[in-house]
Design a protein around this ligand. Structure first.
Ligand SMILES: [Zn+2]
Length: 124
């Protein structure tokens, strides 16, 4: 999956973003070069951005997807498993655990993957 990486404009300190398909800086240098030519959106100066200065950030899309899964998944499971909640014993526990654990686990996985991606890029 591609991701946005960021650096700062040396002239006006504005953030410059770049869409990359590379998982780390080594790969980015191989596909581009040590420098990427980008125009600052704020001051319109052309910069030779050094690949090592780029930083990955946590993706808003990943967080949003996680929240949506959580917000939709929980009520959907609640409605689907509604009848089981009123049963006694094992089924009830299982239904309740499913409703609580599945959406939060998916949310957790999405978040963790995103953090791993950021860490991988920034440490490379
Ligand atoms: Zn600038």
């Amino acid at each position: 999956m591609g991701m946005k990486i960021y650096t700062k404009c040396p002239y006006c300190k504005a953030e410059i973003s770049f869409w990359s398909w590379s998982k780390d800086k080594v790969e980015l240098k191989m596909t581009q070069s040590d420098k990427i030519v980008l125009t600052c959106k704020k001051c319109h100066k052309i910069n030779n951005c050094i690949v090592d200065d780029f930083r990955a950030k946590e993706s808003k899309i990943a967080i949003l997807v996680g929240v949506i899964v959580f917000a939709i998944g929980t009520p959907v499971l609640l409605v689907t498993l509604w009848d089981y909640i009123w049963l006694t014993g094992y089924y009830r526990v299982l239904a309740l655990l499913t409703i609580i654990l599945i959406p939060s686990t998916i949310y957790g996985i999405i978040n963790k993957n995103d953090q791993r991606r950021v860490k991988l890029f920034n440490q490379s």
